[in-house]
Design a protein around this ligand. Sequence first.
Ligand code: NDP
Ligand code: MG
Length: 387
Amino acid sequence: MRRVSVFGATGSVGQNTIDLIARRPEDFEVVVLTGGRNIGLLAEQAQQLGAEFAVTAHTELLPDLQAALAGSGTKATAGREALLAAADIPTDWAMVSVVGFAGLEISLRVAEQARVLALANKESLVCGGTLLKSVCIRHETTLLPVDSEHSAIFQCINGQDKVVERIILTASGGPFLNASLEHMAKATPEQAVAHPNWDMGQRISIDSASMFNKAMELIETYAFFDVRADQIEVIIHPQSIIHSMVGYTDGALMAHLGPPDMRAPIGFALNWPERADLPVERLDFGTLGALTFQHPDTNRFPAIALAEQVMARGGLSGAVFNAAKEQALDLFLDRRIGFLDMARIVEKTLESTQIEGQDSAPNLDAITQADNMARARAVELSKDINV
Ligand code: NDP
Ligand code: MG
């Protein structure tokens, strides 16, 4: 029996993780499940899997969680400190699929105790990649990527990292792949959230429409794998069948293919270093049709160029980029700015946020301070925008 925890169990990645764990009750002892506002689902998951602890991020929801878990044997706790304390409980395997910057500190705490940290929270690598990797090395924790592209790259590299020439990150292009700038300027959150291939949480779906998700993934690739920024390319592949590719110094290319189903990369991380049966559709090449590719249009999707700036600068610029992007997304969801204004705000925030003592390996305090400053700056910049 392996002791496992899932942070962000009620979300899109979290539910897929629970689905896989629930299929093999004899293999897993569930220690901690955490959620946010979805108390009903959290309690249901905890009861189904017999979790030791269920934790909600919101203290005001503790009475609801306690009531839902009465008589179940699962202990209910709540609030940020309770979440972090739960991250300290020893496990063999832990998934961090909390969304946003809130995931970084949880990842750092999990990295101190887990044997394997399965990381979906890309913000952890974008904001604190150097720090997180150093904690994993110090505590001999294996860090496995769960983002589908990074899982694909990891599987393609398969230990041959010394001879990697290039990494080709595939992108679906999202719902606005062929939309005009005029259409994108007027896009609503409802239109932006409708991803053509992947069923994901609201925030990452909108980030896919703006290609901020791909921008985050560029930085994530740079932070995770041992390559230079100029070795990473982005290519649009609207069918989302090739999840990414790795090119070697001998010209060979390895591609990872599969249906767009997050249970594939989650299951790979759950079973690592073995492979085991997964309930994912098998591709039928006879009916698949054409796989097509095109370069991203950097005029309509400026996020990619902003990620290149972040990789060139390093240090705290990933934290500034992510915070500005998260804040801009909140403003877009509140209909205070337009869809294209998100990139304008991130660009200006990157230009104008002064970070004292920008060093190459910042600690959590410095990263948190940069995050706060960038959020405040993004809000200030948004005041000049009229929708
Ligand atoms: P969701 O929004 O679906 O789920 C987020 C989870 O985090 C939920 O359990 C939510 O609780 C919880 N949560 C929200 N805010 C907080 C907080 N402040 N503190 C603690 N917990 C919180 O997100 P996704 O599952 O889509 O994405 C999760 C992460 O994985 C993101 O970083 C995303 O970029 C990454 N990712 C997602 C993919 C996908 O297919 N969805 C693919 C690749 C990467 P509740 O819902 O109960 O409020
Ligand atoms: Mg991805």
